[in-house]
Design a protein around this ligand. Structure first.
Ligand SMILES: C[S@@+](CC[C@H](N)C(=O)[O-])C[C@H]1O[C@@H](n2cnc3c(N)ncnc32)[C@H](O)[C@@H]1O
Length: 383
């Protein structure tokens, strides 16, 4: 398992906790209780349609978000935004707006990914949230982590509906926010309102721009995101990732399915005692996401994404792959198996694929089993 959070981020969190008089990062009763409370309120959003958006957090709630949820959630946008990397021109300025930025976890994940993978890109970032105390923390974290001239940062205390792009924004990022909107509104109307908002974000992008939506991996929130994807496709927009096709999502067909990531990312060791004390898991990073854009995508050879944990069995390995399939309107989610006795580069690619990986085949396999002569390539993340 990888860890994504480095010592510099933890040091910045420590400094901000002191400045803001928030609880330190240790498994104290007060911090653990606050973490449980925040976790329960987030989970309720996916489980109970009547659950309301959490009210702006108390100082203890803000401590829980800063000390535990932020270092965990930074990894979500860090991972999801990889699919954007190859689509940003060399040396570009990326004008990004993080809507519902909170303490800045999603914006920090994006900024850290660009620092690590695309240092040629200059980031101009606007954070929007109606929680002023949260934005203050976010700005302090950015100041501590990035040199003055590294990132042009501004914050705006406002509601998510107040933001409207006018062709000057390259990326709208909304992470763990859609699930908080229009709570208590009748489900169909709620979906309409959220679709209208995302439609507006897409329409207001600069040419070549993107909207990156990240939601909790809960069944209700992930399925709502897939339904939103379908509506944006029907409205003429495009999906860059995670999908490898623009047909209907095959995991929406059965009410029991939902598409989400479970990346092999562990919490930094400093957070493990706190996660243990709060009864939360610390291995695996789960989230659902959709990277959308306005312009059509270049024609590519067929690809497939691994959408379930690999099935290891004696003498073979099975992967469940989402791909365009043969149906005219709905994609396909099919499990393929490959025997261990196969050797060579293709088999290495098969063994190296994990949930979330994208694979290419030549020729495209018929069904079920992959013969030795099918060439398999594992796409680099962000290719
Ligand atoms: C769960 S936090 C997510 C923060 C950050 N984007 C992340 O991924 O960690 C949701 C944030 O959305 C903000 N939010 C929710 N509804 C909002 C609204 N109508 N207007 C402005 N901000 C809103 C909340 O204040 C909160 O900071």
């Amino acid at each position: 398992m990888r860890t994504l959070v480095d010592a510099a981020l933890l040091a910045a969190i420590d400094a901000v906790a002191v400045e803001e008089k928030l609880l330190p990062r240790e498994p104290s009763r007060a911090l653990v209780e606050a973490i449980r409370e925040v976790s329960d309120s987030y989970n309720a959003l996916g489980r109970d349609p009547r659950a309301r958006r959490p009210s702006p957090h108390s100082s203890a709630g803000r401590s829980a978000r800063l000390q535990f949820f932020l270092p965990r959630d930074v990894g979500k946008s860090y991972e999801a935004a990889r699919d954007l990397l190859a689509r940003i021109p060399a040396g570009a300025k990326l004008r990004a707006v993080d809507v519902g930025a909170g303490l800045g976890a999603s914006a920090l994940g994006l900024a850290l990914l660009l620092r690590d993978e695309r240092p040629d890109v200059r980031l101009a970032l606007t954070l929007i949230d109606d929680d002023v105390a949260a934005l203050r923390v976010a700005a302090q974290l950015f100041r501590a982590l990035f040199p003055e001239d590294g990132i042009a940062l501004s914050t705006r205390a406002d509601g998510v509906y107040a933001f409207e792009g006018r062709g000057e924004v390259d990326l709208v990022l909304a992470s763990n926010v859609l699930c908080e909107l229009e709570r208590g509104v009748e489900p169909l109307l709620r979906a309409d309102k959220i679709a209208a908002l995302v439609h507006r974000w897409l329409r207001g992008l600069a040419p070549g721009g993107h909207v990156l939506l990240i939601e909790p991996a809960l069944k209700a929130t992930a399925r709502a995101l897939q339904s939103l994807r379908a509506r944006m496709l029907a409205a003429g927009f495009h999906v860059v990732a995670p999908c490898t096709h623009e047909k209907g999502c095959p995991l929406l067909v059965d009410e029991g399915d939902w598409c989400h990531e479970d990346r092999a990312v562990a919490l930094p060791s400093a957070l493990i005692p706190i996660a243990r004390a709060a009864g939360l898991h610390f291995e695996g990073l789960t989230f659902a996401y959709a990277l959308l854009c306005r312009e059509g995508l270049p024609q590519r050879s067929p690809r497939a994404r691994v959408v379930a944990p690999p099935r290891e069995a004696k003498g073979k390995r099975g992967l469940t792959l989402c791909h365009a399939g043969d149906d005219a309107t709905v994609g396909s989610s099919t499990t393929y198996e490959r025997l261990d006795r196969h050797r060579g580069a293709s088999h290495e690619a098969w063994l190296g694929a994990e949930r979330g990986s994208v694979l290419r085949f030549e020729p495209w396999p018929e069904a079920g089993r992959l013969d030795a002569d099918v060439r398999i390539e594992l796409e680099d993340p962000g290719e």
